[in-house]
Ligand binder design. Structure first.
Ligand code: NAD
Length: 244
């Protein structure tokens, strides 16, 4: 790829393998679909029994909240060129009522799994001299959110983690970035109480909630050669919800 490559080549992921976690969810399924459209071979790692919409992605069941399952999964991984960690969960509650298990499971799925997967894919990316890692955080990881101490800690953790790994692997042609969505209409948000939804919409400069495909486009940008000089960044896809 050089400076005069046509746009379609810069966006193409032909010949590349992408691993998407949580690829059966609202945002994950849109990411899977777009990466397939860009020509990648896609593996979708989601919970057992959560195969997601039918498509050309290979579904690989894995409970990312189970350290042993993650270790076994990592041992079996093929060469991965793009890793997108999209799986994420919430277990909300104010901090003084938060149970250990709600803290632990959110950190395990959202943050610990990212660490273990990145650790597993980086050696082969380094050897290949190229790789792209995209971690899905949240604007709430940057600003905090009432009732989400566990979730926001995990999402803020992803940002520090990504910036460090970006520094460690950049010289080997591996780029690491974060996408921080604002309110996106998915199964995760459809049960939000009406006042919470209304407040989020009010905060948004564009006046509307995002769609999974808005996030998927940012992921494709960061996985493609269009973003060849971009690493260690947090790209918000939030319609201007958080502008500071
Ligand atoms: P979703 O609930 O629709 O999808 C999450 C996916 O993760 C599901 O397919 C689920 O099965 C999978 N998953 C959950 N636990 C897992 C586990 N233990 N092992 C493997 N897979 C597991 O949620 P979404 O709205 O599509 O969110 C996707 C990502 O975007 C999450 O990381 C979320 O925190 C983040 N995010 C979402 C929003 C939003 O408004 N929807 C905003 C900011 C950030």
């Amino acid at each position: 790829m050089n400076e005069t490559s046509p746009l379609s080549d810069l966006l193409s992921l032909r010949g590349r393998t992408a691993l998407v976690t949580g690829g059966s969810g609202g945002i994950g399924a849109a990411v899977v679909e777009l990466l397939l459209e860009a020509g990648a071979t896609v593996l979708n790692a989601d919970l057992p029994g959560h195969e997601g919409p039918p498509g050309a992605a290979r579904y690989v069941p894995c409970d990312l909240g189970d350290a042993q399952a993650v270790a076994a999964f990592c041992d079996e991984l093929p060469q991965v060129d793009c890793l997108v960690h999209c799986a994420g969960i919430t277990r909300d509650g104010v901090v003084w009522k938060m149970r250990d298990e709600d803290w632990d499971v959110v950190l395990r799925v959202n943050l610990d799994a990212a660490f273990r997967l990145v650790r597993a894919v980086v050696p082969r990316m380094r050897k290949a001299g190229q790789g792209r890692i995209v971690l899905i955080s949240s604007i709430n990881g940057e600003r905090g959110k009432f009732g989400q101490a566990n979730y926001t800690a995990s999402k803020a953790g992803l940002i520090g983690f990504a910036r460090t790994v970006a520094r460690e692997v950049g010289r080997f042609g591996v780029r690491v970035n974060v996408v921080a969505p604002g309110l996106i209409l998915t199964p995760m948000t459809e049960s939000l109480p009406e006042p919470v939804m209304a407040r989020a919409l009010e905060e948004t400069a564009l006046g509307e909630a995002g769609r999974p495909r808005d996030v998927a486009r940012a992921v494709l940008y960061l996985c493609s050669d269009l973003s060849s000089h971009v690493t260690g960044q947090v790209l918000r896809v939030d319609g201007g919800q958080l502008t500071a």
